[in-house]
Design a protein around this ligand. Structure first.
Ligand SMILES: O=C1O[C@H](COP(=O)(O)O)[C@@H](O)[C@H](O)[C@H]1O
Length: 256
């Protein structure tokens, strides 16, 4: 399924393994494109099972062929916990991905875990502004917000993306690049998150959803239903392409 008007592509694969194979090729192709065009590739990671979904990048042929030295890695959201805490999105990414590929340590932009939620959000925004000023990170000519090359996002069963939850006032934040939340409905409660203007200024977004947990949310987001209120995931509209990677289980209600 492809929708040229809002640049949305929905791909449904037989198995989660097929999703992982296709996602690895998608990421590797974009890495090659941006490394050639811009000399760097800015990639934003999520928490959740997204990290497991990119496992094929840590295996041949990609582990040897991707230009890892061009990668600059960020997080769309982080929990306000120490980096070695079981709830840390950095730890999840380090254990499952970053420790297995040769990305230069100085190009991995973890959130400062010594600060309060508010301080960490401000600090991360300052880091991003510096990277825009130095040209590592592009700037959207449309919105003026930073333009990441690729965001790899997951979605929760309630349709949340990053730490932007249904009905929460942060959904309307349109000035800050990075903000904080003290009352996340999903624990832990204190987090920092990119705002929608930043998410939607990115060039490409891969939305990866597999398994039974999000069947209803996938149906609400992509099925022929009229929702009185948009799910957070339905507000995701990057500048070039939003590509959904679903397995048959996650897409099961769409195919009824
Ligand atoms: O809390 C979070 O949840 C979302 C979705 O997680 P998943 O386990 O359903 O994939 C995740 O994308 C986000 O980064 C994380 O902090």
């Amino acid at each position: 399924m492809a929708d040229q008007n809002n640049k949305k592509v929905v791909k449904v694969y037989d198995t989660e393994q097929d999703v992982a194979v296709s996602l690895a090729k998608y990421v590797a192709d974009l890495s090659a494109k941006f490394a050639k065009e811009r000399g760097s590739f800015t990639v934003v990671l999520s928490g959740g099972y997204l990290i497991d979904s990119i496992r094929k990048l840590t295996e041949p042929p990609y582990v040897d062929s991707v230009e890892w030295s061009k990668w600059h890695v960020f997080w769309v959201d982080e929990r306000v916990v120490p980096r070695n805490h079981v709830d840390s999105n950095y730890k999840l990414a380090f254990d499952g991905f970053l420790s297995k590929v040769p990305i230069p340590a100085g190009q991995v932009y973890a959130i400062n875990d010594a600060l309060s939620a508010e301080g960490a959000a401000e600090d991360y925004q300052t880091v991003l502004k510096h990277l825009v000023d130095t040209g590592v990170l592009a700037k959207s000519s449309v919105t003026g917000f930073p333009k990441f090359d690729l965001m790899l996002l997951g979605m929760g069963p309630d349709g949340h993306v990053a730490s932007l939850f249904p009905g929460h006032p942060l959904l309307e934040e349109n000035v800050k690049w990075v903000t904080h939340i003290m009352d996340s409905p999903k624990p832990p409660p204190q987090r920092i998150t990119f705002t929608f203007p930043v998410i939607n200024s990115s060039a490409y977004i891969a939305m990866v959803v597999c398994g039974p947990g999000e069947v209803d949310a996938v149906y609400k987001a992509l099925g022929k239903t009229e929702n009185p209120e948009l799910l957070p995931v339905q507000r995701v509209t990057p500048e070039e392409e939003l590509r959904w990677f679903l397995d048959k289980v996650a897409a099961s209600k769409l195919q009824e």
